[in-house]
Design a protein around this ligand. Structure first.
Ligand code: MOS
Length: 760
């Protein structure tokens, strides 16, 4: 249920703007860093506080979809240490797959029921077909190898390209049609018509999905690696058919998410069910192979882009028509065309994000769903148009810069795209760019490319609690996660800045669904949503403390104006009176003081179009003999509102840019038509950039404020860095050697086959 809009942003933003204590923007080192490097920070599988846990191991289907024709669990059940073995359809009753009884404020696919071992069918390769629980992990894994299951494969659709006739738009994403695209293309002076393909990509967070469950009567406590506590709790409640209030989800440290940990998988469901059946804690982690085949992947896409332009490079038509896939039993639309909604002005536009149902492991959100694959197409098409016009690629983009959002007609919260391109051009010596094939360095052809970056910026309702302790320390509690982004640190900075205390005096307690709810970490909405709630709570605490102080005859603030209170250097100050927080608390709030705060997007938020922006620049060398591509230099310039922490922000965008290198050059998974598996099994089969693949890489943030997105004037950055990064590399490859590859990744076999490389 969406709560009613608040009238306007609360006033806490002024405190962030003022930055009296200098904590906002500073590259404060991670407050959880020492705990992580010393091993004190316990991730789910290592948690001991529920007592000794039995260990479960999942058995995954070796073909899917399939009917299970024979099951033999006898040997596994007799193996040493085994406490429980369930095969297909053996698990206790659960809700039907996809059932949703409760209210939905996020997409149903995230929070609906996801039963496991509920049928004698496999939905896809890698679907869970058995669980073995034993006294130790080793015994469980050994016994899991004794489970015998036979299958009869069912007819399956495996490839987007083979099923284009079945493509349709999902109900939530109807095609966008403005003006008359076909007529405008027919009369355009210059037309680009190009089709780009992107392959299935995987995320593989360093911490695999893992869950540790224990019941106390009817109450379930589950430690689980999740980005979204609230959604995970609801999906588990739907699956297990218990009230949400009887489930506590704990996720204090999460070793990466990338969209792969937004709803509970079989580890969570079966740990919960087995713990109830055995009456003891049960923990289950996915193997690396299970992460690849049994969690989610980024859908493959086919994207046809048609651009019509006049001779001056003004777009008259823009059509971005996409097909991607979803798993037949889990709704998901990668929607790569959506990036073109707000990117460039063009009077005649068509955007289509069609999907086909395939019988594959689950497609789902992977860092910057939509933008990450969509920018690989539209930003190369713009490069092709610039080439056809003989126009600088930056100038082409500048000529098509919209003043209002071209789809919604709304003003932008703020828009720094052109500024990023200009700043990047100057820092990257863009004017040294030559025509394709003109720059040679030994056996390397060298080229420069650029691409825009854009990513939606979101604010979602969130709450927080802050407690001023009797000793003057501050405790922040919030149902928020830190998936490695630095959430602990930036939230501590916000609280510390507002309360005028050092960050090491703020203890952060995150990752517990018993704490005030937030949407969690995902969609780049975490910092704005959770952060604004912490700020609001801190402002409420300031008010409460100041009011007590001025009302207390024993306080030397007695009778002063509470609105005039400022908090700096560990003191509350009103006019010429000041007192250390510890002393003040001892006097006016000896039991401590606890308040809550909430952020609710105001009506004005919805009056604007919200994105963060950037520009990517890449210099690549293409080996004329082998076709190998090396990224020699890369620069990202970003306009993402106020930056809360220079260090963690940089880490976010640099990580995204490196993923862009992977998307451009290495990452691909294919469907094995024999069994429905994906060829990316692990990090030996699925190639990602290593240190040696990354040369000189830099990221810069422009000084920007967005007055309309949230009180702190920040923007989300977790997904901005990947958006467009790969396209800059693709465009640099073209500039180096004249090969216009449209099928990602741009591996050396494709470069050799292009015919563009001169012999040695
Ligand atoms: Mo993100 S891919 O919404 O975690």
């Amino acid at each position: 249920m969406t709560p009613p809009d608040a009238p306007a942003f609360p006033s806490g933003g002024d405190v962030i703007e003022e930055n009296r204590n200098g904590l906002i923007g500073r590259g404060v080192v991670r407050v959880d860093g020492p705990d992580k490097v010393t091993g004190r920070a316990l991730y789910t599988y290592d948690t001991r506080e529920l007592g000794k846990a039995a260990c479960g191991v999942l058995v995954s289907a070796t073909v899917g979809p399939a009917r299970v024709t024979a099951i033999d669990l006898a040997e596994a059940r007799e193996a040493p240490g085994v406490r429980l073995v369930w095969g297909p359809a053996d698990a206790p009753p659960q809700a039907e797959h996809g059932a949703l009884v409760g209210a939905a404020d996020v997409p149903a696919r995230v929070i609906s029921a996801k039963p496991a071992l509920d049928q004698r069918l496999t939905r896809h390769f890698g679907d869970t077909v058995a669980v073995v629980v034993a006294d130790t992990f080793e015994n469980a894994r050994s016994a899991a190898g004794l489970v015998r299951i036979a299958y009869e494969a069912l007819p399956a659709a495996r490839l987007v390209a083979d099923n284009l006739g079945a493509a349709s738009s999902t109900p939530g994403d109807p095609p966008l049609e403005q003006g008359d695209v076909e007529a405008a293309l027919a009369t355009a002076e210059v037309v680009i018509d190009a089709t780009y393909t992107t392959p299935i990509q995987h995320h593989a967070a360093i911490e695999p999905h893992a869950s540790l469950a224990a019941w106390d009567g009817d109450r379930l406590t589950i430690f689980t690696a999740t980005q979204l506590l609230k959604s995970t709790r609801q999906s588990l409640a739907e699956t297990l058919q218990v009230p949400q209030a009887s489930i506590r989800v704990v996720s204090r440290y999460v070793g990466g998410g990338f969209g792969g940990k937004i709803f509970p998988l079989a580890d969570a469901v079966l740990a919960s069910l087995a713990a109830r059946a055995l009456g003891c804690p049960v923990k289950i982690a996915l193997s690396r192979h299970q992460v690849f085949q049994g969690s989610t992947h980024r859908s493959a896409t086919i994207q046809r882009i048609r651009l019509g332009s006049d001779r001056d490079g003004r777009l008259t038509a823009l059509a971005h028509e996409c097909v991607s896939h979803q798993s037949r039993f889990l709704e998901f639309n990668e929607h790569p065309g959506s990036v073109s909604k707000s990117l460039y002005a063009a009077p005649n536009r068509r955007i289509v994000n069609a999907v086909v149902d395939l019988d594959l492991p689950m497609a789902g959100a992977v860092r910057a769903p939509g933008e990450a694959s969509g920018m690989l197409a539209i930003e190369c098409a713009m490069d092709e148009l610039a080439e056809a016009l003989g126009l600088d690629p930056i100038e082409l983009r500048v000529r098509n810069e919209p003043t209002l959002d071209p789809t919604s007609g709304k003003p932008f919260g703020s828009r720094g795209l052109v500024a990023c391109m200009r700043e990047g051009a100057s820092r990257f010596s863009w004017t040294s760019r030559r025509a394709p094939g003109q720059v040679r360095d030994g056996r390397w052809l060298v080229g420069l490319g650029m691409a825009a970056a854009i990513r939606g910026n979101h604010l979602i309702r969130a709450e927080a609690q802050i407690r001023l302790e009797p000793d003057g320390g501050v405790t922040v509690r919030q149902g928020m996660t830190d998936i490695g982004t630095g959430a602990y640190t930036i939230l501590a900075q916000i609280a510390a800045e507002a309360l005028g205390v050092p960050t090491d005096q703020v203890s952060m307690e995150l990752g517990d669904s018993d704490f005030p709810p937030t949407p969690g970490s995902g969609g780049s909405f975490g910092a704005a949503s959770a952060g604004s709630a912490v700020l609001e709570a801190a402002m409420n605490l300031r008010r409460a403390l100041a009011e007590r102080a001025v009302a207390d005859p024993a306080s030397h603030f007695h009778g002063a104006q509470p609105e005039a209170a400022v908090f700096e250097d560990g003191r509350m100050v009103i006019g010429n009176r000041a007192q250390a927080m510890g002393d003040l608390v001892r006097l006016v709030a000896p039991e401590g003081l606890e308040v809550r705060g909430a952020i609710i997007p105001p009506a004005s938020y919805h009056d604007h179009s919200h994105q963060a922006h950037g520009a990517h620049f890449a210099e690549v060398g293409v080996d004329v003999v082998t076709g190998e591509v090396r990224v020699r230099r890369m620069l990202g310039v970003f306009a993402a509102g106020r930056i809360l922490n220079a260090q963690t922000a940089r880490s976010q965008v640099v990580g995204g840019m490196i993923w862009g290198v992977g998307a451009a050059l290495m990452e691909e998974s294919h469907v094995d038509a024999r069994d429905g598996s994906l060829t990316g099994w692990d990090l030996s089969a699925y190639h990602v950039p290593t240190h040696a693949d990354i040369g000189d890489l830099d990221a810069v943030f422009l000084d920007e404020r967005d007055d309309h997105g949230n009180p702190m004037k920040i923007k989300g950055i977790g997904e901005l860095g990947i958006s467009g990064a790969g396209a800059a590399i693709a465009n640099a490859i073209y500039n180096a050697c004249g090969a216009r590859l449209r099928d990602y990744p741009m591996s050396l076999d494709k470069l050799l086959a292009s015919g563009a490389l001169p012999a040695g």
